[in-house]
Design a protein around this ligand. Structure first.
Ligand code: FAD
Length: 519
């Protein structure tokens, strides 16, 4: 009997038990699908990265002696959906059993589950063997609608997987080193920022296919894709990170600079971040492999990498990444509809071209279009914060984030965007709305210096729009946030203002919102 095993584009895990044995009766299928290239408007580099990585994976499997069918958009163009393609392949290859790995996305998981119900051949489903927590373990940690807190989950994960632990206690005697981290970059720090390791993967064939099939994309294309698309490149990037970025990872985790890019240098856009998210999300690297490599580098560094740096990094992977996945699966499909703050405004059109006078937003958006990448604090505190305080519809915000980033897959994109950054889940993922005025951006970046707007002003025509928007937002949602211990303080400052001052601020906010396209 013949078995077809489907490998989705984000299931490129070479360590999976599937590949431990070889059999001529097993046919692996890796397919470029119209449905996947078009369910949202993706960044062109993102489609290129997935397609190139799938091709490399198919080749590697084949070289290892497996039977592999790699299909391009040309081969799959006659099939409107994945089920249609599979049905056709079952007949063509005389398949009697269908196997797949659990998709991480609700849409695909539902599609394949429904497909299997209607099948005449037998089917089976496997774990992806990628995450620290297996799929079936998630319900032990996460409950629908419940407010979960990262810190609590993170400590459990550290203990359970014995990561940076000594005799059952956290290494260094504390779980969290945030207070040692989060420095601003001073002018003198800029010279030390490493030039990112980039690759030059030839994607001309893929670009031609996207053109031929009229796949609508966003962002800047390059014939040489800089993202890692195979295991060797991904491991090289991991080694590069451990050597050049990890020593300052936590310290400058929240810092932002526009200076180097303005000087025309091709560094400064990812600072000390790893840029491993695509390789991990496509499962080219496992999170455990990344964490183990980083901890080994820390241990061998003889103090050059401090505990605060490695702890900050480990927290992102065994903490945040596994955490948002748990939130996603406990709350889908309802999560995708949540709009707790009832935000309704449209996303300004300059989100698609970066043409705004607000320097922070112009930088974050232009960089996203150029590299399909922005680091966490740009996503959360620049673009995310603007959408939050301007009351942009979370459906549109989700759609933008899901399209534009190299690492954007719904299970990780949505809890971060709709939840953490837009508070549209009412606090399931985070304990407060990450709303900020221009002052936060001034503190953490060098964007405000040469901005057309003045960050020190609130009500004038040239005032930083974020200042009035911030107060407008806080005032609008007073009933919701005034009782929250993490935002209570803010209101005492608002209440200290005279009625006249309050009116002037709200008037400026209205003016900003009325002219949102021209900011
Ligand atoms: P680093 O700063 O080097 O961090 C190391 C790794 O930790 C990342 O590669 C990633 O795997 C993991 N990580 C860090 N923060 C998070 C987080 N909050 N949630 C989950 N994993 C995390 N990440 C995605 O992978 N896909 C997304 O679509 C995505 N959308 C986001 C949307 C918003 C609004 C925000 C605020 C964050 C989003 N993130 C997303 C999380 C985070 O910003 C990216 O993982 C990170 O910027 C990727 O760059 P890096 O690999 O250089 O990360």
């Amino acid at each position: 009997s013949k078995q077809l095993r489907l490998i989705l584009g984000d299931q490129l895990n070479a360590g999976h038990t599937w590949y431990k044995e070889k059999s001529d009766d097993v046919l692996y299928v890796v397919a470029e699908l119209h449905q996947e290239a078009s369910y949202t408007r993706h960044h062109v580099q993102k489609v290129c990265a997935f397609f190139a990585a799938m091709q490399a994976f198919a080749q590697a499997l084949e070289s290892a002696g497996h039977r592999v069918l790699h299909l391009t958009l040309d081969d799959t163009q006659d099939f409107a959906s994945l089920p249609e393609l599979l049905t056709h392949l079952f007949i063509e290859h005389n398949i009697s059993h269908f196997a797949y790995q659990l998709p991480d996305e609700y849409r695909l998981r539902t599609q394949l589950a429904e497909f299997c119900e209607s099948l005449s051949v037998t089917s089976s489903v496997y774990d992806t063997e990628h995450f620290y927590l297996a799929d079936e373990q998630l319900s032990r940690y996460f409950k629908r609608d419940k407010r979960h807190r990262l810190e609590h989950f993170y400590r459990k994960m550290r203990s359970e997987f014995n990561v940076l632990m000594v005799d059952g206690e956290p290494q260094g005697g504390q779980w969290n080193f945030d207070s040692d981290n989060r420095n601003k970059l001073k002018a003198a720090d800029l010279a030390d920022i490493p030039k990112p390791l980039v690759f030059a993967n030839d994607v001309t064939g893929i670009l031609a296919r996207l053109e031929r099939h009229q796949i609508k994309t966003i962002g800047q294309a390059d014939k040489q894709l800089l993202w890692p698309v195979n295991r060797v490149q991904a491991k090289d990037l991991l080694t590069f990170f451990c050597q050049y970025c990890l020593p300052s990872f936590g310290r400058f985790q929240d810092a932002m600079t526009g200076k180097l890019i303005e000087l025309g240098e091709d560094r400064g856009w990812s600072l000390y971040h790893s840029r491993l998210s695509f390789a991990i999300n496509a499962k080219i690297l496992s999170p455990k492999m990344v964490v183990d490599a980083a901890i080994a580098a820390f241990e061998q560094s003889q103090g050059a990498i401090s505990l605060a740096q490695i702890e900050g990094f480990v927290r992102q992977i065994i903490g945040w990444r596994e955490f948002v996945r748990g939130i996603y699966w406990a709350n889908m499909p309802q999560y995708a509809q949540l709009n707790h703050l009832q935000a309704k405004r449209s996303l300004p059109s300059w989100f698609w071209n970066g043409e705004t006078k607000m320097r922070c937003l112009s930088h974050a958006i232009t960089q996203s279009l150029t590299y399909a990448y922005a680091h966490h604090i740009q996503r959360l505190m620049i673009t995310g914060n603007f959408c939050l305080v301007a009351g942009i519809d979370p459906d549109e915000v989700d759609d933008w984030y899901l399209g534009i980033y190299i690492d954007a897959i719904e299970w990780v994109e949505m809890p971060n965007t709709r939840g953490m950054s837009q508070f549209a889940d009412g606090g399931i993922v985070g304990s407060k709305a990450y709303a900020a005025s221009g002052n936060y951006i001034k503190k953490m970046s060098d964007y405000c210096g040469d901005c057309a707007y003045k960050v020190t002003e609130t009500v004038t025509d040239s005032a930083c729009p974020l200042n009035a928007l911030y107060w407008h937002f806080m005032q609008q949602h007073h009933a919701l946030f005034a009782s929250n211990p993490r935002t209570k303080m803010v209101y005492s400052n608002w209440l200290k203002k005279t009625d006249e001052d309050k009116q002037a601020v709200l008037e400026r906010a209205r003016q900003v919102l009325d002219n949102i396209e021209q900011l």
